[in-house]
Design a binder for this molecule. Structure first.
Ligand SMILES: C[S@@+](CC[C@H](N)C(=O)[O-])C[C@H]1O[C@@H](n2cnc3c(N)ncnc32)[C@H](O)[C@@H]1O
Length: 260
């Protein structure tokens, strides 16, 4: 595991407005807010996974619980030909589709794309956005609680399953956490890659709405993956020391694992 970094910001930002989730959790990458530092950590970790770990590539990648986001595909789209973005919520699926369709009211991810292009040592942001839009071939419904979150037992399997900040938002026991990992694993080929982004907390806020969340520690995140039949290949951890009223998280973790 890479050494833990500490985010010292204490910017207990007021949550407000339309598209509250995106605006609050995916602000401009100006390095002065804790959310930006978390997002830089995510982009750095995903860049490392898709560029430095040998063999993380393939034909099809699926994101379970993608929300309204595409930042998680900026590095991945260079290694996978086809990306399927899924979520339980139609509103979130529509937000991704609006970005793919270049609708004027789509969320602006270009700063995130620019940051990753710079990590890669170039500035072809426009080309990368085109590559992402070409790769995201399907935006569809999924339900993580199902044995097969999308499709059925005879659907084609994926080379990579990615999921970010979803399991901790929908389970209420450690046993269920492992069960949902098993559900994700059911979509994966043997030897396929699994990428998990997580930020366990007791709650997080979207505007005035208090969303419940399931808090576990770093050891459990890794243990659960092993219990679900994955081998952990690499993990990235950043610890948070300051308290915030909108989420009582203590760390953010990105884990690359492989299905046995
Ligand atoms: C905290 S958001 C994370 C979104 C995104 N992955 C990100 O990185 O910000 C959790 C997401 O899980 C989705 N979700 C909730 N229950 C789900 C379920 N049973 N199956 C799939 N997605 C679900 C929500 O609609 C929401 O988009």
């Amino acid at each position: 595991m890479s050494s833990p970094a500490t985010l010292d910001c204490n910017d207990d930002t007021t949550v407000f407005g339309l598209d509250t989730y995106l605006k609050h959790y995916y602000p401009d990458l100006d390095k002065s807010t804790s959310e930006s530092l978390v997002n830089i950590f995510l982009l750095d970790s995903l860049h490392d996974i898709f560029n430095s770990v040998v063999g993380v590539s393939g034909n099809r990648l699926i994101d379970i619980g993608a929300g309204p986001c595409v930042y998680q595909f900026i590095s991945a789209c260079t290694k996978f030909n086809e990306i399927v973005a899924t979520d339980l919520s139609k509103e979130n699926q529509d937000a991704i589709q609006r970005w793919v369709n270049e609708n004027a009211d789509a969320f602006e991810w270009s700063q995130y794309v620019k940051y990753v292009c710079e990590l890669e040592g170039h500035q072809n942001t426009v080309d990368r956005e085109k590559e992402m839009r070409k790769a995201i071939q399907n935006v569809t419904y999924c339900d993580f609680s199902k044995k097969y979150p999308v499709g059925s037992s005879d659907s084609p399997l994926y080379d990579c399953v990615l999921t970010g900040f979803c399991i901790e938002c929908i389970v209420n026991s450690q046993q269920q956490w492992v069960q949902y990992l098993n559900n994700a694993s059911n979509l994966l080929k043997s030897g396929g890659w699994f990428v998990q982004l997580c930020m366990p907390a007791d709650f997080y806020m979207i505007g005035d709405a208090r969303m419940s969340c399931f808090k576990v520690d770093e050891e459990f995140v890794l243990k659960a993956l092993k219990e679900a039949g994955f081998v952990v290949v690499k993990s990235y951890l950043t610890k948070h020391t300051s308290t915030r009223s909108y989420m009582n998280y203590e760390f953010t973790m990105v884990v690359l694992a492989r299905k046995l």
